[in-house]
Structure formats: C-alpha cells, structure tokens
Ligand binder design. Sequence first.
Ligand SMILES: Cc1ncc(COP(=O)(O)O)c(C=O)c1O
Length: 380
Amino acid sequence: MSSEIPPIKPKVTPIYQTSVFTFDDLTELEVYFEQPSQRYMYARYSNPNANELAEEVNKLEQGSGAVVTSSGMSAIFTAILIFCKAGDHVLCAEEIYGGSAVLLNQELNRIGITVTYVPTSAIYDLAVYVQPNTKVLLAETMSNPLLRVFDVARLATACQQVKINLIIDNTFASPVITQPLKLGADVVIHSVTKYLAGHSDVTAGVVVARGAESLKRAQQIMMYYGLNLSPFESWLAVRGLKTLRLRIKQHSSNALAIAQFLAAHPKVSRVYYPGLVTHPDYELAKQQGNGLFGGMLSFAIADEEEVVNTLMRSLPSIPFAPSLAGVSTSISHPVRTSHRALSPEKRAELGITMGVIRLSVGVEEPEELLSELSIALDAI
Ligand SMILES: Cc1ncc(COP(=O)(O)O)c(C=O)c1O
C-alpha cells in the first residue's frame, strides 16, 4: 500500500474565504498573468466561488461568459457601462424596476449618460426615440410590478434596426422561463438575490454577455469599480441555483392557482399575471416562457391605505417583505417600496396605485396559500 496521502476530493466546492492567493516566486506569478482565467491572485479580480457561480449562470443563459457582482443594481450599472460613456444616451422601457430608473435618473445622468423612457405601446418601434448617441435599450422580460411580458426577439430586431444594443433584465423570468441571449439580446442581467439564489439570504447580481468583447468589458468594470461578490454569497447562490428548475415549476403552478383564485374574488378588482388568458400578453408569455409563467403576480384591492394594512396584518405566515422570489411567499407594496421614487403622476400613469399588491408566490403547498389569502381577503 502506498503511504501517500490521497488528495481531498470534496463533492461540493469549498468556500475559498480568502482575499488573496499566494505564489512561490515570480515565475509562478508570471504563470498567473499568462492564464488569469484559470488561476487566482486577488479575490476582487476573481475567486473560485464567484467563478463557479458565473459559469453555472452562463450555462443556463447560454452566453459567452458571465461576471458576478455584488447586487442586481451593480449588474445593471455594469451592463450599461459596457456600452456607454459620458455623452451617451440610454433608452429604457417605461415599465421597469424603480431602482433601475433611479440609477439612470439620479446617478448615471450625473456622469453624463442621459435616458429616455419608451412607453410599452412604442417599444418595438424605436426610431422616434433613438438619438445619434443612443447606445442601448434596457428592458425586463417581465416587468415589475405589473407583469407585462416583452417579446425579446422583437425587441432585438427593433434594436438592430436602429443599431443599438439590447440589455435584458431577466430577473422575474429566470433562464428556466426565457433565455434572452438566444432570442437576440446582447447582455442579460439578473438580480441573483431573487430566483437564482432563491432563498432570501443572498444579495448578488450577474451579467451574462453574448459577445467576448462585452464580457471582457464587464470583467474590467466589475474589477475596477470593485463590484465583486464575496466567496460566501457566491457559494450560497451556487447552492440555491441547483434547485432553480424545480423551484420555478412549483412557483409557476402555485402562482397560476392563486391568480385564478384572485381573479374570481369579489374584493379583487384586477389581477396581473401573464398565465391568465385575460392577460394582454398571455399568448406571447406562453410561447416565450415554455408554458411556465413564473411566480410573480400583482393584484388590486381598494385604493385605501387602511385596507392594504388590514390585508397585510391578516396574513400571519405571508410576510410583507420588500423583495421577491424566495422559497416562501411574501407580499410587497410597489407604491411604498420598489416604485416609491417615481412621482405620483408617473405611478398613476403606469397603473401602480395604492391598492396594488405584489405577491411573490413561494413553493409551499398551494392549499395553504389559498386558505390564508381567502381569510385575509374576507377581513378587508
Ligand atoms: C427586476 C429587478 N432588477 C434588479 C433589481 C435590483 O437587484 P438587487 O436588489 O439585487 O440590487 C431588482 C430588485 O428588486 C429587481 O426587482
């Protein structure tokens, strides 16, 4: 028997909780610079856990590579900076996560990047919105919070016609439902905080690029602005990602059952869920989403603060938590949380009123959720 100690072979990648990696000498350092993608020097540049997460998401989105970042916001920031510098112009879908609008309106404009919002009705014909300095269109596969679904292939064609790049925020759909790069998008981003990690215990983002140039630029931006993700959060996200497919199926079937229940409820004036045949994007959502419609829905009750509070207080196991896409169901209130920074006029124009409740449907037994919602609606 050999006296050599066999190598340790963990089934799961360990957490490399180190900020720096060591070298024996200058010769070994030079090997790093020859092949930086396969070796490690400094954790902000790359670390094994972040790389594993990037590779796994890239496989799901089928890009040329991915870069993980500290949050969904830093992923959006990175994606825009791939294409834009001071003096450039961004087109943005009007129905977008409030934080993306704040980033564009309050921060990127300070460094000379301007924005024009495109109404949903005009999103496939960009000619009147485009300027000589327009570089990108930013849109979501499914909009937050009213669940409009965008035809990514048509968006890509519209962008090609005016020679701009398409960035898709695929957070609500996840790659199980839609793979925007295959439909012609140039870059996909996610708030990994949501479905990809899936357990409400990670804040992270990812940028997936179709082309090698975009990928290289994203890596530089992440590295030089210091937008990197920690090894532990990368590890947690990799762990969550392993059940993504299972979770999305259960989120989707639960959400469909709840949407149907809410649509028939006398206290609910409107339900926003693309899996309902009454939804304006139902056919598109069905075809683009492989028959899955996701776990997010919104519904409208009376536009009165007290009614909203009563509903929230009558849901003992469904917390009001201003995030989404965890395994357990939660509700949120777009007017007071995600879309708080929009002007009241803008919110009214978009249809985001006091009575709009956003429901992030988890993977519990659907009967439990239906029973709790039914009791809470009776209380209002
Ligand atoms: C669609 C969408 N994109 C991006 C973000 C930002 O992600 P994060 O909170 O991880 O920075 C959010 C957050 O809610 C979101 O809903």
